[in-house]
Design a protein around this ligand. Structure first.
Ligand code: GRG
Length: 304
């Protein structure tokens, strides 16, 4: 793709990420449908093929390009991250967790199929994410050491140190009021870790210098927290139709949120401050921040 003009508007970056990542995910969805077969195969394809905004995919690609990457096959790394995100949503929506009926404008996987099938879908997509990543590394002609670093980054972010740990704390905290530092710990794990990893993975895939990868990680850390703060705001200001998921769920589940602790305007200010700080990490390290800055701005001002 070298030679094509740089894409820097958030809308264009997201549209491009959707087109390319969805093509990779559709291929895997078809493979699972035919290899696994039956109702489980259908459910796997349903979950993996359900359209998302692909913010994490856009971050992977923008981070990759910001440090000189130019191969279109980066979409495979983005698809691996989106696979992890998708299986987390399938499980998050289950009756034993947030118990939701609507996701990405469609019935949740356990509503479209059943709880047992959706539970299996969540677990079965974990190794699929690893396979998607391994395929992407081969397509990018990256060696085993780089694939190892990418795998460590993605699955550490998806594990007890990140997404799973944050979700655990979040469930544990229902009907309790958390302090701001405790809420930050939940948000950084549950949502922030995978967003941070998206940015770091772009840098690793481009085989960027350690200082540049560290700046991408610091950017992703702040943007990841800002994303969940914006999510807290949207949960109480958006409609279910706009969000594609049930609005007002945090209040129904008596969850501690940034809005509960700081109010809507306070939470918005915090998110915007983090987005600005995120870009400063890149600027200080000399990493071009146009595309990633546009995505950071989108993340804190989005309507869905
Ligand atoms: C199955 C091993 C295994 C683990 C699952 C349930 C769980 C562990 C984690 C849940 C983490 C979670 C749901 C975090 C919330 C993340 C979040 C803000 C989701 C919404 O992201 P968007 O707005 O959604 O990017 P789209 O649909 O656009 O992709």
């Amino acid at each position: 793709m070298s030679g094509t003009p740089a894409v820097t508007s958030a809308a264009d970056l997201l549209a491009e990420a959707r087109e390319r990542t969805d093509a990779v995910l559709a291929m895997w969805a078809e493979r699972l449908r035919s290899d696994v077969g039956g109702r489980l195969g259908e459910a796997l394809a349903y979950a993996l093929g359900t359209p998302g905004k692909r913010v994490r995919a856009a971050l992977v690609s923008a981070a990759y390009r910001s440090v000189g990457g130019s191969a279109g096959a980066i979409a495979g790394v983005a698809a691996a991250v989106e696979t992890v995100h998708t299986y987390s949503l399938v499980h998050d929506d289950l009756p034993c967790m947030d118990d939701d009926d609507l996701r990405r404008g469609r019935p949740t996987t356990h509503r479209a199929f059943d709880v047992e099938t959706a539970t299996r879908v969540g677990f079965l997509l974990v190794p699929v994410a690893a396979m998607v990543l391994a395929r992407a590394a081969a397509d990018l002609a990256l060696g085993p050491a780089v694939l190892g670093r990418m795998g460590e980054e993605l699955f550490e972010a998806g594990g007890i140190e990140g997404m799973v740990g944050g979700q655990w704390l979040d469930l544990d905290a229902e009907r309790r009021t958390l302090t701001l530092p405790q809420l930050i710990e939940v948000h950084r794990g549950k949502t922030g870790a995978l967003i941070r990893a998206s940015c770091t993975l772009g840098g690793i895939a481009a085989e960027a210098a350690p200082a540049a990868v560290a700046a991408l990680t610091a950017f992703g850390e702040d943007v990841g927290l800002a994303f969940q703060i914006a999510d807290d705001v949207l949960d109480c200001t958006g409609t279910s139709e706009e969000l594609g998921k049930t609005a007002g769920r945090d209040a129904q589940l008596s969850k501690s949120t940034y809005v509960g602790l700081l109010g809507i305007e306070g939470a918005r200010r915090e998110a915007h401050g983090l987005a600005r700080r995120a870009v400063e990490h890149l600027d200080r390290a000399g990493v071009p921040s146009g595309a990633l800055g546009a995505l950071a701005g989108y993340i804190v001002s989005r309507k869905s």
